[in-house]
Write a protein that binds this ligand. Structure first.
Ligand SMILES: NC(=O)c1ccc[n+]([C@@H]2O[C@H](COP(=O)([O-])OP(=O)(O)OC[C@H]3O[C@@H](n4cnc5c(N)ncnc54)[C@H](O)[C@@H]3O)[C@@H](O)[C@H]2O)c1
Ligand SMILES: O=C(O)[C@H](O)COP(=O)(O)O
Length: 599
């Protein structure tokens, strides 16, 4: 009979790879949660994995206009609901029927949206760079992965920045409006030249560095401020990185290219405008919120800022009577930085691939709120991921009362140097194993650390560096729970903690230690642990009780400290024994204690 285990897609990102690399049959999971049936590996590893889809297809809500190529890609995998201009209320209603949501900057994905999803929403795809319209903390708390499309619109945004610099310095928009109004004001619209002027690029990331490159081509002297950018990257394109004050006080043009964060909110304000050269020109294609807009109006009125060119606003669209928008020295566009045909097609494909990949359980390279684990690392860690979750499950079920777990120590024994072993995925899966059996919380890679912290569960990690070939990522994983009592006293090791240890053998996770007892049982099906007086015939007696109740034994292993004292027997079973069978095992005179553990 087959044993079953439920996996969440985001929790088992490499399952598909693991399955296909073993030449096993695979049918694409089409729901956010699916069931994997694993034929028990008797007498040797079986080669049949059947993935049973629980729903027909996942549903993706596309809440803002997306390029056709991206839509086609999504439609090949999911039901796609394109509903634009939804009110917050409509979005909250629809979201409970959706597995993924795709937005641009115009949709606020608030905590309320995640709460309304009732746990179904697994991925939010931001078809663009800025994720300031997505409540990342709420997404993480709800175990929802957020992915973005960070590269496809970079050039478009940089070109728009350059277009605004050029348009502003030559009064293109104002002159155009004037001519169309029947005027011919050649003296009024005398501009300023760019060549030889100093441009301060604030935020030297993808867009900022492309703006810098293009501005140098226009003969501008370019400096940049970015506390996190490597100086050699700036030097490579002939840009000097300077302090914030130096940048704003020496620039003729200031172009903003940083994300909107608590640290950058209103970073240009009365105080910073006061430090600028009189007649400075400001360009913003980043986010409206990085400028204190009222302070900018004051600086424009005072002539400190000669002109501003803005693509983005604190409130979008800005109020119709916005003094800033209506200011005669301000050129505006309606958040068009990413709006080129080419960029929108690119962004649509980039986000559709990321969302489909995430729904399939692969970890997107553009995950914003989860560790990014490269595909090759994922594939080699796959069996350890399963081992980790099962060790967590076993350990927590050994705790008396099943609660009060506050301190867990995980030891990774490996021949690999710490830098070559990324354990975040393993830690997340141990956390999942520790928390899910004793709560209704759903844990995945996205919310594992958050959930552990929220429950006051402290997980410390230790590495043991082994001699030997670093071919295997890990030799063994040990999970210890401190300061608790165990319902199976033999699980407490000499150091006083519940201890379980496991290894991967031939691709299959094995339990190899319980407390101070060495055992060796494959972690499939469920497990009965018995401590007994070590004497002949024990295996037969327990085996015949189980056989009599039609419970199939898949593995048995006995670990003892010394002959004829005490031993721990680990028995893998395919079915859950009924109460009667468990009672009969407990009644065998030499059995001192036993526990049934579900994997
Ligand atoms: N108008 C548009 O349509 C449009 C299009 C694309 C991007 N954007 C926006 O442009 C901005 C930049 O995008 P990107 O793709 O270049 O992002 P990026 O992450 O590649 O670059 C942002 C840079 O800002 C730097 N930074 C962070 N805090 C800073 C601070 N306090 N001071 C100075 N620099 C700081 C970072 O170190 C990073 O190098 C984002 O706000 C994005 O949302 C707008
Ligand atoms: O952050 C971004 O990618 C840009 O601001 C583009 O936003 P949009 O997708 O709403 O045009």
């Amino acid at each position: 009979m087959a044993a079953s285990a439920s996996y969440n897609l985001l929790s088992t990102p490499s399952l598909k790879k693991q399955i296909s690399s073993s030449s096993l049959s695979w049918r694409l999971p089409l729901s956010s949660t699916f069931r994997v049936s694993i034929a028990a590996p008797r007498p040797k590893r079986a080669a049949t994995f059947i993935v049973l889809a629980m729903d027909a297809k996942p549903t993706v809500l596309v809440a803002e206009k997306l390029g056709q190529a991206g839509l086609e890609l999504l439609k090949g995998f999911a039901n796609v609901d394109c509903s634009y201009n939804l009110s917050q209320e409509e979005l909250c209603t629809k979201i409970s029927l959706c597995d993924a949501l795709i937005v641009r900057s115009g949709t606020k994905v608030t905590r309320e949206v995640f709460e309304s999803s009732g746990g179904r929403l697994k991925v939010v795809g931001r078809a663009g760079v800025g994720i300031d319209n997505v409540d990342l903390s709420a997404a993480t708390e709800h175990g929802c992965l957020v992915v973005n499309a960070p590269t496809a619109n970079t050039v478009a945004a940089a070109e728009h920045g350059i277009a605004l610099i050029a348009a502003m310095s030559r009064n293109i928009a104002q002159a155009d409006a004037s001519v169309k109004a029947g005027k011919w004001q050649r003296n009024k619209y005398v501009g300023v030249s760019l060549v030889g002027k100093t441009l301060a690029v604030m935020g030297f990331g993808k867009v900022g560095s492309e703006v810098a490159r293009r501005a140098k081509g226009l003969g501008m002297h370019v400096i940049a401020h970015d506390p996190y950018a490597p100086a050699d990257r700036a030097r490579a394109i002939g840009v000097e990185l300077v302090s914030f004050d130096q940048a704003i006080s020496t620039a003729d043009f200031i172009s903003l290219h940083m994300p909107l964060t608590p640290a950058t909110s209103k970073i240009l304000n009365d105080e910073s405008f006061a430090k600028m050269k009189k007649g400075v020109r400001i360009v913003n294609v980043a986010r409206g919120g990085v400028i204190d807009e009222e302070a900018l109006v004051r600086a424009l009125d005072a002539g400190v800022v000669a002109q501003a060119a803005l693509d983005v606003f604190t409130e979008e669209p800005p109020p119709k009577d916005s003094k800033l928008v209506l200011h005669e020295n301000v050129t505006v566009t309606p958040h068009l930085g990413a709006s080129t045909v080419e960029a929108q097609e690119g962004v649509a494909i980039e986000i559709a691939e990321a969302v489909v990949g995430a729904l399939k359980g692969e970890l997107a390279a553009t995950a914003v709120n989860a560790p990014m684990v490269p595909a090759e690392v994922l594939s080699e860690l796959a069996p350890f991921v399963i081992l980790a979750e099962k060790l967590g499950r076993l350990a927590v079920q050994l705790v008396a009362g099943g609660s009060g777990v506050k301190s867990v120590k995980v030891t990774y024994a490996s021949s690999r140097a710490p830098d070559d072993l990324d354990t975040r995925l393993i830690r997340a899966m141990i956390t999942k194993g520790l928390i899910e059996p004793i709560s209704s919380v759903f844990v995945n890679l996205v919310n594992a650390d958050f959930t552990a912290k929220q429950r006051g569960l402290r997980i410390t990690e230790e590495r043991i560096l082994l001699d030997g070939s670093p071919e295997n990522p890990l030799e063994f994983i040990q999970v210890k729970i401190a300061n608790v009592e165990s319902k199976f006293a033999s699980a407490i090791s000499d150091s006083g903690e519940i201890t379980v240890e496991g290894r991967v053998k031939d691709g299959i996770p094995h339990l190899t230690k319980v407390g101070s007892f060495d055992v060796d049982v494959s972690l499939e099906g469920s497990i009965i642990l018995c401590r007994q007086v070590d004497q002949p015939g024990m295996i037969g007696r327990v085996g015949s009780v189980l056989g009599g109740e039609n419970v199939n034994v898949s593995f048995m292993s006995v670990g003892r400290i010394a002959p004829r004292t005490h031993a721990v027997m680990a028995i893998g079973v395919d079915e859950e024994p009924n109460k009667e069978a468990l009672k009969k095992i407990g009644d065998i005179p030499a059995i001192e204690e036993f526990v049934f553990l579900k994997l």
